[in-house]
Design a protein around this ligand. Structure first.
Ligand code: ADP
Ligand code: MG
Length: 594
């Protein structure tokens, strides 16, 4: 030995053995995360139950995975460790991680057990010897009942994402599964939050657990509102772009079901000038790190991701989660929507669905115990209005660059004949005409009315624009109340109240048009003039015009790039391709989901 003090890496210092250290080095982990630092030494040294609370993405898998692997006897083929996790995705993710951690330990086998795949195949794998089983509660129960697994000798039971499991109604299953395990095993409970139900489990099934908490406890997703949009499948992509364009400051995670769709949607967005990128399991760790870095820096506004790849994302300030497609397992929705509304901020989770998927919204509502609001994909007109105001407010906020001062006299000369009003109009025409032209004939993307939602058809109604919005403290409910009161109208007459940042839209039955306009003719709120105009866009009935929706882009860098003159043609092709690409998706193998 050449050195007196041999270099000890931080993972060795936790007491982990050589094989795991080698794997850790291979995975490129340099420093243990906080939950790892706290949990690993305890679990290695003591035979104890533990309750560990740490947010998503804090490295909980290794926090229980490393010590579990250390404690398993790889020479024995008996099942010694059981990990219960809420979803198939997680189950597979944990299994993969454990396999990675234990790759230098010959003879150690980890097997995943989850619904929706062949039970006999899973039973076969277990028969070959599985010291560690990672299971979803439902399938585990099933296999116990069929005597396909034997967990009567396990020494360790991990309840991962315990809060989610209980949310999903697995209490009875967990109860039943644990009744087949030995009294003297150790139970390790990992959870992001500690609702009463989790505390009950801890009390019921655990003996004097050590408790560790990392960071502040997750407040859950009560700050998230949920919306859905019904479109024809072939319009999914166009709808996605409209949603982005209607929210100029969007900072979002867009979820797709498969790696392929993720890649394709991201490529299309990039091609159309959006600041977008893909995140999925086919990228190298290095590529993923780069993508995440750009996302954190806001160079990427739309991160298109698979569920598994996005699982570790803990970026605050995400304004929107967009479900480009609903997940296969509706439970996964909770995790998706949890990417926004973090750190006390509010967020929106949007779902684009086709008519045949509307019933799934109901199932999601049951799981999240919240209801969705059915919304309409904004029309081209609405988007133009949003973007125009955004541009105006950006200009208002812009810091003046004095470099141009010296050119001012000659510029003034060119423009001296125009009034302020004319100048503003000209300026906006230069900046905005192309965007406007692009969207002005955009068709209605909402799937035909009358078959899906609670909204009645809007025939005979008038749509208005009003210059108050979120920044005045309104949301759609409070604005509706406000309008009801001011206009002395009933709820049934007011509809489609749609609140944007600095302005909003609403509809009334057309017969009230005069009343609305006269009441708001000279209306002040806290001294400010409230302006109401009839929106040129009549709302739901707007889409009879047949235009091409080749989507627009008008944000950040894109503005200077302008619209590609050939964009239209190129895009048409792309939409066609998308349609073709949808075929056979369901047959695609599961490995495409990460
Ligand atoms: P959680 O279960 O807390 O949500 P995970 O265990 O899934 O978090 O870990 C999130 C991500 O962080 C995974 O991609 C994992 O490989 C990575 N990771 C875990 N521990 C470390 C570490 N010490 N250093 C670097 N990356 C880590
Ligand atoms: Mg986890």
């Amino acid at each position: 030995m050449r050195l007196i003090f041999t270099y000890m890496n931080k993972f060795e210092a936790l007491g982990l053995g050589e094989a795991i250290i080698k794997a850790v080095n291979d995975m490129g982990f340099e420093t243990p995360s906080e939950v790892q630092e706290k949990a690993i030494p305890i679990l290695l040294e003591q035979d104890t139950d533990i309750v560990a609370l740490a947010q998503t993405g804090t490295g909980k898998t290794a926090a229980f995975g490393f010590p579990l692997i250390e404690k398993i006897d790889s020479k024995s083929r008996i099942t010694q460790g059981l990990i219960l996790s809420p979803t198939r995705e997680l189950c597979l993710q944990i299994t993969n991680e454990l396999k990675n951690y234990s790759k230098f330990i010959p003879g150690l086998h980890t097997v995943a057990i989850y619904g929706g795949a062949s039970i006999t195949e899973q039973a076969k794998q277990i028969k070959r010897g599985a010291q560690i089983i990672v299971a979803t509660p439902g399938r585990m129960q099933d296999m116990i009942n069929r005597k396909m697994v034997d967990i009567t000798n396990i020494g360790y039971c991990v309840l991962d994402e315990a809060d989610e499991m209980l949310n999903m109604g697995f209490y009875e299953d967990i109860n039943a599964i644990l009744s087949h395990t030995p009294e003297d095993k150790n139970t390790w409970l990992f959870s992001a939050t500690m609702p009463k139900e989790v505390a009950t489990i801890a009390k019921r099934f655990m003996q004097k657990p050590v408790e560790i908490t990392v960071g502040h406890k997750n407040t859950g997703s009560k700050n998230v509102s949920h919306e859905y949009y019904v479109v024809n499948s072939r319009d999914r992509y166009a709808a996605l772009k409209r949603l982005a364009d209607a929210n100029p400051d969007i900072f979002s995670v867009v979820f797709c079901r498969t790696k392929r769709d993720t890649q394709k949607v991201a490529e299309n967005l990039i091609g159309d000038g959006y600041n977008a990128a893909a995140l999925h399991g086919d990228l190298s760790q290095n590529q993923r790190d780069l993508v995440m870095k750009s996302f954190r820096n806001r160079q990427i506004q739309m991160l298109v991701a698979t569920d598994v790849a996005a699982r570790g994302i803990d970026v605050d300030d995400v304004t929107h989660v967009i479900n480009y497609q609903l997940p296969d397992e509706i439970e996964t929705y909770t995790h998706r929507s949890g990417r926004t509304g973090r750190a006390g901020k509010s967020g929106v989770s949007m779902v684009i669905v086709s008519k045949s998927e509307i019933r799934k919204i109901k199932s999601v509502e049951r799981i999240i115990k919240k209801s969705f609001e059915k919304k309409e994909i904004p029309s081209g007109e609405e988007i133009c209005q949003v973007q125009l105001f955004h541009l105006a407010s950006d200009i208002g906020k812009a810091e003046i660059n004095h470099e141009i001062d010296s050119y001012l006299p000659s510029i003034n000369e060119v423009l001296e004949d125009f009034s302020k009003e004319e100048l503003i109009k000209k300026f906006f025409s230069v900046e905005f005409s192309r965007f406007h032209n692009y969207y002005k004939n955009a068709r209605d993307l909402n799937a035909a009315a009358g078959d899906s939602g609670r909204e009645s058809s809007n025939d005979g109604s008038t749509r208005y624009f009003i210059n108050v919005g979120e920044k005045d403290g309104f949301d759609w409910m409070t604005l509706k109340d406000f309008l009801k009161e001011v206009l002395e109208l009933g709820s049934d007459v007011l509809s489609r109240v749609d609140v944007k940042e600095s302005f909003s839209f609403f509809n009334t039955a057309s017969e009230y048009q005069e009343r609305v306009l006269s009441i708001f003719e000279d209306f002040r709120m806290e001294g400010r003039k409230v302006n109401v105009e009839i929106s040129k866009d009549s709302g739901r009935n707007r889409g009879r015009r047949r235009g091409r929706d080749n989507g627009g882009s008008f944000k950040g860098k894109r503005r200077s790039e302008g619209f590609k003159p050939k964009g239209k043609k190129r895009f048409d092709k792309k939409e066609d391709r998308n349609q073709g690409g949808n075929r056979g998706r369901d047959r695609r193998k599961r490995s495409d989901r990460r």
